[in-house]
Design a protein around this ligand. Structure first.
Ligand code: PMP
Length: 361
C-alpha cells in the first residue's frame, strides 16, 4: 500500500478516533447484558409464523412501504390520522435517519449523559456536533443547564430516552415538557422501554408540533427482527421518509411483526412477568450491603457496587454476562447494569453474586 492510500489519509479523523460499538461474545452464557426479553413465543404462534414464512416470496423485494405492517401498528397504537409512522431497521436506523436529515454545517444535537451511546455515535457518523448535558447525581435532568444549552446551541434535535438507558429512570414529565416548549428544534422521546414503564408521551403528540416519539419491538420480545418506528406529524415524517433506504424492512420482519401484533397480549403478559421479576431483583439487591440500587422503570436494573469491574469479571467466569459501565462516564463509577431474565436466570444471577461477594470480603 503506498503512503497516499492509508486509511488515515482518507477516513474522517473523528471516525478514526472512534471505537466500534462493542458486542461481547455470549455463547454459552446466561445473557443479561442487552435488555432482551428472555421469553419466546408460544409453540402455536411459532407454528403459525413458520407457515407464513415458509410461503413468503423471498425471491421478491418486500413491500417497500410495509403498508400492512404500518396499518397494524396504527391500529395497535390507536394513533390519530394526523400522526404518521416511519419504520426503521431497529430504532438505531431511525436515529441515523434523523441525524442525516439535519446534518447542516453547524448543526447541533443535544442529549443527556449518561444515556444511550448511539445518540452520540450516530451524531458523529453524520458529522454533527453532539452536546451531552450531564444528569444530576440522582440521574434527573439538569433542567437549567439544558435550557441554557438550548439557548446557546439552538439544537436541531434533542434526544431523551424515557425511561433512560442505562439509568432506568423516567425523567420528570413537566421538565420534559418545558424542554419541548423551549426549543425551536425537534425533540425525540425515545420510548424503547415503554413496555415496562407504564408511562408515555404518546398522548402529547397531537399537542406539540416539534415532538416525535420513537419506539422499538426489540425490548418487548422481537430483538432479532430489528423493527423500530417513529411517530410524528406528517410534515416531519414526509421529510424523514425521503432518507429511508428502499426496502429497509425485510419481508420476514414485516410478516412476523404483523403476526405478533395480532397477539400483543402475549408480549404484555411477558412484560408483566419481567416487571414482577424486576421488583424481586431490586429487593434482593437492596438487601446486600454496599450495593446501591437505582429505581428502574425498564427491563434492567442499574446498581453501584464496590469493585464493580472485578465483580463483573467474576460473574463472567461463572458464565453470567451483564454490562459493566464502570469507566464509561463519571456518574457511572462502579456501576453495573443487569437485564431482567427468566426467574431461573435471575436467581442464578442473585446466588452467584452472593457467592462472589462472600468470597471477596
Ligand atoms: N434506544 C434506547 C434507549 C436503547 O437502549 C436502545 C437499545 N439498547 C435502542 C434505542 C436501540 O434499539 P433497537 O434495537 O430498536 O435498534
Amino acid at each position: 500500500m503506498s503512503n497516499s492510500h492509508l486509511p488515515e489519509h482518507i477516513i474522517r479523523p473523528e471516525i478514526l478516533a472512534l471505537s466500534a460499538y462493542h458486542v461481547p461474545p455470549a455463547a454459552g452464557m446466561i445473557k443479561l447484558d442487552a435488555m432482551e426479553n428472555p421469553y419466546s413465543l408460544s409453540p402455536e404462534l411459532r407454528d403459525e409464523i413458520a407457515q407464513l414464512t415458509a410461503n413468503a416470496p423471498i425471491n421478491r423485494y418486500p413491500d417497500a412501504s410495509a403498508a400492512a405492517l404500518k396499518e397494524k401498528l396504527r391500529q395497535t397504537l390507536a394513533i390519530s390520522d394526523d400522526i404518521d409512522i416511519l419504520l426503521g431497521n431497529g430504532s438505531d436506523e431511525i436515529i441515523q435517519i434523523i441525524a442525516m436529515a439535519v446534518a447542516k454545517p453547524g448543526a447541533v444535537i443535544i442529549g443527556v449523559e449518561p444515556s444511550f451511546v448511539m445518540f452520540r455515535m450516530i451524531a458523529t457518523f453524520a458529522n454533527i456536533q453532539y452536546v451531552g448535558i450531564p444528569l444530576t447525581q440522582d440521574f434527573s435532568l439538569n433542567l437549567d443547564v439544558m435550557l441554557a444549552a438550548i439557548v446557546k446551541h439552538k439544537p436541531a434535535v434533542i434526544f431523551l430516552a424515557y425511561p433512560n438507558n442505562p439509568t432506568g429512570n423516567l425523567f420528570d414529565r413537566a421538565e420534559i415538557l418545558s424542554i419541548i416548549q423551549a426549543t425551536s428544534g425537534i425533540v425525540i422521546i425515545d420510548e424503547a422501554y415503554q413496555a415496562f414503564a407504564d408511562a408515555s408521551f404518546i398522548n402529547e403528540l397531537d399537542q406539540f408540533p416539534n415532538l416525535l416519539l420513537m419506539r422499538t419491538l426489540s425490548k418487548s420480545g422481537l430483538a432479532g427482527l430489528r423493527l423500530g418506528f417513529l411517530l410524528g406529524r406528517s410534515e416531519w415524517l414526509i421529510q424523514l421518509e425521503k432518507m429511508r433506504l428502499p426496502y429497509n424492512i425485510g419481508i420476514m420482519t414485516q410478516i412476523i411483526a404483523e403476526k405478533v401484533l395480532h397477539h400483543t397480549s402475549v408480549l404484555s403478559k411477558q412484560a408483566d412477568a419481567i416487571k414482577s421479576e424486576r421488583t424481586k431483583m431490586s429487593t434482593f439487591l437492596a438487601t446486600i450491603d454496599n450495593i446501591k440500587v437505582y429505581p428502574s422503570k425498564a427491563n434492567f436494573i442499574l446498581f453501584r457496587i464496590h469493585a464493580a469491574a472485578q465483580i463483573f469479571q467474576a460473574l463472567k467466569q461463572h458464565k453470567i454476562l451483564i454490562k459493566n459501565l464502570d469507566g464509561t462516564h463519571p456518574l457511572l463509577e462502579n456501576c453495573l447494569r443487569v437485564t431482567i431474565g427468566t426467574p431461573d436466570e435471575n436467581s442464578q444471577f442473585c446466588s452467584t453474586l452472593q457467592t462472589i461477594l462472600s468470597k471477596t470480603v
